[in-house]
Design a protein around this ligand. Structure first.
Ligand SMILES: *Cc1c(COP(=O)(O)O)cnc(C)c1O
Length: 415
């Protein structure tokens, strides 16, 4: 039986049959402050009665302007780096990524029209990446069972090895070589600091910084996919801050509305914008979508930005990250677990299981096991991860870790 959820509040889901679950993965990584945050819910209700939808071509509205200005203010910045000063709205992480790719290739296409070098179309990606499920986003993600049926439609990319601990130099060398290849790439897209759907794989800020520096040296556009990492997940508002880098293009979605309603944005620097600014129709950036910058979604984002400005969100994140770290170090001593890792409020650990056949149906069994213990978790294979909303209490965290230990006892190879 698929559980029916009747309502949600904070970190809790209330099921129609009366049971209560802790939402340990923020309803697929989107709910940041907690479900049904009163300020966000009120902003949505108010906007729904004022201006529900508007063509966002040749017209604008206050919520979109406020969100755009807020994003520009909050975006990663650094001395001597072209700031992310332009915002393009869309409605999902996948579209924000597609828009980022179109901006990158469009920039080189338009420069070629001006005689500034050949157009470029090659895209570099990091091994094990996930960037969404539309055709373009699947093309730049890890190939596997999730996209095999559509392989004939996916375009070719250059894959840089994931920076495994101790072997980071291989990543940097691979990127250097790919950037220096005869066919200069248009761009390199990365999930900064942690690869989500690829298995919650972490790598240090220094590697992110070095990858960005290599791209800058070769004039390859650097795209940060902050769809999962943004809005505080990694401990800072955006993961790029920890490396002190400013990408040329940045995609944000998921937590942009606090996770209440779909909205996404792709931020770009002046160079990308200028390459598309023209009197000639052939140069414009063509991407339109019916609900671009929907006013209700933008109003939710305005409320989210106000919460970030006015409430101690960073303090809550620090407390949660600290609470997770303490309990993770204990869990890591359990013989059934290996490879504990954490990036801000995201933590993951691998369950050591007896055999591969067992592994194949482990995830659904774990899901059911956790559900019986009042917990919504959705392991990736044998990787169990947490990505809770920031309002999670210490008591709820204790409950989650008690369930993790029970899972190790029950399913672990040593049990
Ligand atoms: C979830 C995710 C996406 C896709 O976002 P959707 O809103 O589900 O389309 C893209 N990139 C990353 C890193 C993600 O985690």
């Amino acid at each position: 039986m698929i559980p029916e959820v009747a309502r949600a509040e904070g970190a809790l889901l209330h099921l129609a049959d009366g049971r209560i679950l802790i939402d340990g993965i923020s309803s697929w990584w989107v709910t940041t402050h907690g479900h049904c945050h009163p300020r966000i819910a009120a902003a949505i209700a108010e906007q729904a009665g004022r201006l529900d939808q508007l063509i966002f071509s040749g017209y604008t509205h206050a919520p979109a302007e406020t969100v755009a200005r807020g994003l520009i203010d909050l975006a990663p910045r650094a001395e001597n780096r072209d700031p992310l000063a332009h915002v393009f709205f869309s409605d999902s992480g996948s579209t924000a990524v597609e828009v980022a790719l179109k901006m990158a290739l469009g920039t080189w296409h338009n420069r070629a029209l001006d005689g500034l070098g050949p157009p470029r179309s090659r895209v570099l990606v990091l091994e094990h990446s996930y960037h969404g499920d539309t055709i373009g986003a699947m093309s730049i993600g890890e190939r596997g069972v999730y996209n095999r049926a559509w392989a004939p439609l996916l375009f070719d990319v250059g894959t840089i090895p994931f920076p495994v601990a101790g072997k980071e130099q291989a990543t940097l060398d691979g990127l250097e070589a790919a950037c220096a290849a005869p066919e200069t790439p248009a761009c390199f897209i990365v999930e900064p600091l942690i690869l989500g759907a690829g298995g919650m794989l972490v790598y240090p800020p220094a590697v992110l910084r070095d990858m960005a520096a290599i791209c800058a040296r070769h004039d390859v556009l650097f795209i940060a996919d902050e769809v999962m990492t943004g809005w505080g997940r990694t401990g800072t508002l955006f993961a790029c801050e920890q490396a002190g880098i400013v990408p040329d293009i940045m995609a944000v979605a998921k937590g942009i509305t606090g996770g209440a309603i779909p909205l996404a944005a792709t931020l770009a620097n002046g160079r990308i914008f200028d390459a598309h600014k023209s009197q000639h129709r052939s140069r414009l950036f063509y991407h339109s979508s019916s609900y671009t910058a929907n006013p209700i979604a933008c109003a939710a984002a305005v409320a989210n930005l106000a919460i970030w400005r006015e409430e101690d969100v960073r303090g809550r994140i620090a407390t949660l990250a600290e609470g997770i770290a303490q309990r993770m170090s204990e869990l890591a001593r359990h013989p059934a677990f290996a490879h504990p890792r954490q990036c801000g409020t995201i933590a993951a650990i691998d369950l050591i299981t007896p055999d591969a056949g067992y592994l194949s149906d482990l995830a659904p069994r774990l899901r059911a096991f956790f559900q019986e213990r009042g917990l919504l978790l959705r392991p990736l294979g044998n990787t169990i991860y947490l990505m809770p909303p920031y309002c999670l209490t210490a008591e709820q965290l204790d409950g989650i870790f008690a369930a993790l230990i029970a899972a190790g006892d029950r399913f672990g190879v040593q049990a």
